[in-house]
Design a protein around this ligand. Structure first.
Ligand code: FES
Length: 573
């Protein structure tokens, strides 16, 4: 029973000062669970269990774990599951983004602390996959991501519905008085028809697609619905891939190259993906000392059309994307724009993986490059005196008439101010005004909540107004739509120019020119800056203190500065 071999149970021994005794004790305890010497001699694949009663998006966790274990054992490994934090968008307060870095830290440390040769990360709901990928990038162990999969769609009065684009659509109708309490209650029963992640191209689906093109999940692993046989088969394949990755020592660092991130940006644009994914990709790249260049993203956006016809940019749902061929089909269409030599977890290059995919067949959800649903990529990057470090707009989900717009600012100082006044009958607001919400950035709220798609003021909603230009330093749900400028950097809570905007100022949005401008003279802005009395958010103790002390801006992925490699350049906030 020598501890010299550093694989399986023999690695990462607990410190008792006698390594052989440490191994002896470890084996004694695990044998208490009935393991044999044969089982304990195999390479170990750890499996993160993120099942939680508070996370219905992970409601198929038991079936997935069982299938991953089967795959690991078929390939000759020993699967051992372990629990980690689980985050759900509607249950994690104040916002799941506040806890993403905590989940990333906890997952990384549990991977490091426990003896495993590879890890299967099972996640799905918006922040879980980014947290797990960030953890894996830092833990430097072979890792394969398994997605829980999307929920099924439901139906209301003969109309197909799914979370959460339709949640917002019906809620807007309710606010406008178009439907009554009885109907909105009936809709509520149908929006989430099964366990699984949101059924549109929201953040969860976007991260699933991006993970696949990055090469960290099995081919075709992004799209099978949570309750499908294909999803279970993907789980079994993931277990096998994890065992194979041990011999090849396929650590995330070997796969997550700058070129792999460029592929991820191409896919993000081509699927009309969530703006949140840009923050997560920036944070993930930052873990490896790679910088996502917003100017480069914008160049990609001008030459990468939206090909996937899914809500909120289009009309279909994730299960339609799966039936149309999912990521293998999309990647085949995007092939001319991708770096095909990038390595994937299978050991094959991305190009080889695409060529091995199923032959194309007729369908209408994934368009060819020659017939896109939107000529440019889903996102556009804006700069200007209002956002010196950049801002984002999801142009594929915005209203075309508002993409060139100048209007009067109607300012809300923070979330509480907005909640108190947005529906007031005496709110001085017109349809062509621009709504501005301050202090919802990474430090501001804190945690950068998805409040950037401010509700249309009730009095305007009742007049039939469905979209307005809205600007904030916060985020927006990937399932939301509208002419919404997000991630304005630097954020107002650290002295960014957004904090200087006053009601009555004029703002110009020029998406074609990639500009967002506050039409106030520099002299006046300087004067406001000098008299501005703002206090940076602070906290006395605990994780909130850690968060406020360490979080970076949206343009740096809102990661903690100390989780990036030493000597990484960061912008002081
Ligand atoms: Fe979990 Fe949408 S709430 S994916």
């Amino acid at each position: 029973m020598s501890s010299e071999s550093k694989s399986g149970l023999r690695q990462g021994l607990v410190s008792y000062g006698d390594q052989d005794f440490s191994l002896f004790l470890r084996k004694a305890f695990i044998k208490g669970a009935g393991f044999t010497e044969d089982a304990l001699s195999r390479p170990i694949v750890g499996i993160t269990n993120t099942g939680s009663g508070f996370n219905p998006c992970h409601g198929n966790m038991p079936q997935l774990i069982e299938a991953v274990k089967r795959g690991v054992m078929l390939a000759g490994g020993l699967p051992i599951e372990f629990p980690t934090i689980s985050l759900h968008e509607s249950f994690a307060r104040p916002t799941s983004m506040f806890l993403r870095n905590l989940m990333a830290m906890e997952t990384e440390e549990m991977i490091r602390a426990q003896p495993m040769d590879a890890v299967v990360l099972i996640g799905g709901c918006d922040k879980t996959v980014p947290a797990q990928l960030m953890a894996a990038a830092s833990a430097e162990l072979p890792a394969v991501q398994l997605i829980t999969g999307s929920m099924l769609t439901g139906a209301h009065a003969g109309t197909r519905v799914g979370a959460c684009t339709d949640c917002r659509r019906y809620w807007a109708k309710f606010r406008a008085g178009e439907i009554d309490q009885q109907e909105i209650d009936a809709v509520n029963d149908q929006l989430v028809a099964s366990v699984g992640t949101c059924s549109v191209m929201g953040t969860a689906s976007t991260m699933a697609c991006v993970t696949e093109v990055l090469g960290l999940s099995v081919a075709g692993g992004a799209s099978p619905p949570a309750v499908s046989a294909d999803r279970i088969r993907a789980a079994e394949s993931t277990g096998k891939a994890a065992v194979a990755s041990i011999a090849r020592q396929l650590t995330p660092k070997k796969i997550l190259t700058p070129r792999a991130f460029e592929n991820a940006l191409r896919v993000l644009l081509a699927i009309g993906g969530s703006t949140n994914a840009l923050i997560h990709l920036t944070a993930l790249a930052g873990r490896l000392g790679i910088k996502i260049d917003l100017q480069r993203l914008d160049r990609f956006a001008r030459e990468t059309p939206v090909l996937v016809d899914l809500k909120p940019s289009g009309q279909h749902y994730m299960e339609d994307f799966h039936h149309a061929g999912g990521m293998p089909r999309l990647l085949r269409e995007l092939k001319p724009l991708l770096h095909l030599d990038c390595l994937t977890i299978s050991g094959a290059s991305l190009g080889e993986q695409i060529d091995r995919g199923p032959a194309p067949f007729a369908q209408s959800v994934i368009r060819p490059l020659s017939d896109p649903i939107y000529e440019q990529g889903g996102l556009a990057v804006l700069f200007g005196n209002l956002a010196p470090l950049g801002a984002i707009i999801k142009q594929s989900a915005a209203r075309r008439e508002l993409m060139q717009h100048e209007g009067r600012a109607v300012v809300f100082e923070n979330l509480q101010d907005m909640a108190a006044r947005i529906d007031a009958d005496d709110l001085d607001v017109q349809a062509h005004d621009i709504l501005v919400l301050k202090n919802i950035g990474p430090k501001g709220a804190p945690g950068m909540p998805e409040a950037g798609a401010l509700p249309i003021p009730r009095k305007l909603a009742r007049q039939g107004v469905t979209d307005m230009v809205r600007i904030s330093d916060g985020r927006m749900s990937g399932t939301a739509a509208g002419t919404v400028v997000l991630h304005v950097s630097p954020e107002s809570a650290v002295g960014g120019p957004l904090g200087l905007v006053q009601t009555g100022d004029r703002i110009r949005l020029d998406v074609a020119g990639r500009a967002i401008s506050l039409l106030v003279e520099d002299k006046e802005l300087k004067r406001r800056q000098e008299c501005q009395a703002f206090a940076r958010p602070t906290a006395e103790r605990g994780y909130r203190k850690l968060f406020l002390d360490a979080v970076l801006g949206a343009d740096e992925g809102a990661d903690f500065h100390f989780l990036r490699p030493p000597n990484t350049e960061t912008i002081p906030r």
